[in-house]
Design a protein around this ligand. Sequence first.
Ligand code: IMP
Length: 196
Amino acid sequence: MTTSPRRLVFASNNPHKLSEIRRMAGDKFHILSLEDIGCHDDIPETSPTIEGNSLIKARWIKEKYGYDCFADDTGLIVDALDGAPGVKSARYAGPDCNPEANMALLLRNMQGIADRRARFRTVVTLIMGEDIEQFTGEVEGEIATERDGCSGFGYDPIFIAAETGMTFAAMDADAKNAISHRGRAIRKLFERLASL
Ligand code: IMP
């Protein structure tokens, strides 16, 4: 007998993230996007922390739409910039969430700085029924001095992963998923789901 995949909403419409996560979900879970459930809300990310914003997004979907779901929130944390852009990573250069402008500003702010250590941090919040759990993933690296590669999204062209010495944008999707912040957090999520 075959069992049908479990449906779970991922609180995102980002096509890159959706395809990363659907690759990892395999055929055990059917991942629905916000678009799939007719959610076009501009969910307010008002928390000063990555954990807080991840929780806000998941709660929004559960409370307004009634679905079991998970949401992620990510920040790029640069040591020499006291943790910036951090929780403001999407809007570092202004409210438009423009990745090119964000990268240009970060490269400018890092000019002349020798300590380029940085990490991506993702917090995933899972809400199943009444239960809320969070899963964290991090990847260490450094900020490049110039862009390299054309895969991925966001800051990928200027984030050099310590484990490969390559920017995320120069790695293929599976190689990035294997070591990335989100890959690590999402694998913890799927391990937990498999144990339920
Ligand atoms: P979000 O909370 O996942 O939307 O991430 C906030 C911002 O961090 C995004 O707008 C991207 O600029 C950046 N970001 C998140 N994940 C990645 C990634 O895997 N690679 C590069 N940039 C990312």
